[in-house]
Design a protein around this ligand. Sequence first.
Ligand code: BT5
Length: 279
Amino acid sequence: MPVSDTPAGRPALDQGRLADVAGWQVEVVPETPSTNALVSDCARAGTAEGLVITTEHQTAGRGRLDRGWTMPPRAALAVSVLLRPDVPAERWPWLPLMTGVAVVGAVRELGYDAGLKWPNDVLAHGRKLCGILVERVEAPADSSTGDGAAAVVGIGLNTSLTAEELPVPTATSLALEGGAPVDRTEVLVTLLRHLSASYAAWRERPDELAATYVELSVTLGQRVRAELPGGGALVGAATGIDRYGRLEVLPDRADDTVAVGAGDVVHLRPAPTTDTGMQ
Ligand code: BT5
């Protein structure tokens, strides 16, 4: 569907208002399989930090661990941001968490309630409003233009999906949370402003960003069941996040916490009280 063909209630993104948001270079494409794939190509070609690609219709969105991400045209934001952080690689696992802080800050500024589920979800009233996928892109060894490693920060935020359009029953959208029409352009402008602030805090004041993350987390303090790739699970209290972005879990009847990285957890679910310890 061409961008000018605007369904009632779902206007196209307003490129004029996106022209200069907090120093980001925003491009709107009518349709693409995945904004993360597009930005990854740009990263490999040596594009500088600050590129943002969004689309009116993402047709084959990527989730973590080869899962998919689906959204009807103009009913959601699919956004990818190219970063080249001057931060040691060991701290990059914090990037999805930093992004979550920005999303929650933006969503709350716009009047909605939201919190952070480790590692990469933004929830509203327990339902998934936004998913985040950060991919590391290495410059090819033979590249004359590549400029070292980049991070592609992908954000999928459900704006005006109706209950019937939700891809899974555990999802929600801003419209369903607030009951009013949602201006996607305003949401994106607010999000990019918050992303600038969170990104600066992560680089320059990581302890402050971490404290903000803890305040916004709905995972910490809960009993959780972290399902692991081999089929086992770690069950216990979620007690903290370490400097590498790993979730610290205190298994039942154990004295020491165990840290699990996002890449090691297939699903993180609330744990029934009957679950016990390492399995
Ligand atoms: C994520 O993966 O939550 C990361 C999603 C990132 C999507 C953005 S959109 C812009 C950029 N370009 C891309 O290609 N990707 C990024 P994960 O935690 O694996 O969650 C995926 C699961 O969420 C799926 O298996 C479904 O169960 C569910 N899901 C799919 N679409 C959804 C939606 N629109 N809202 C809520 N849940 C959804």
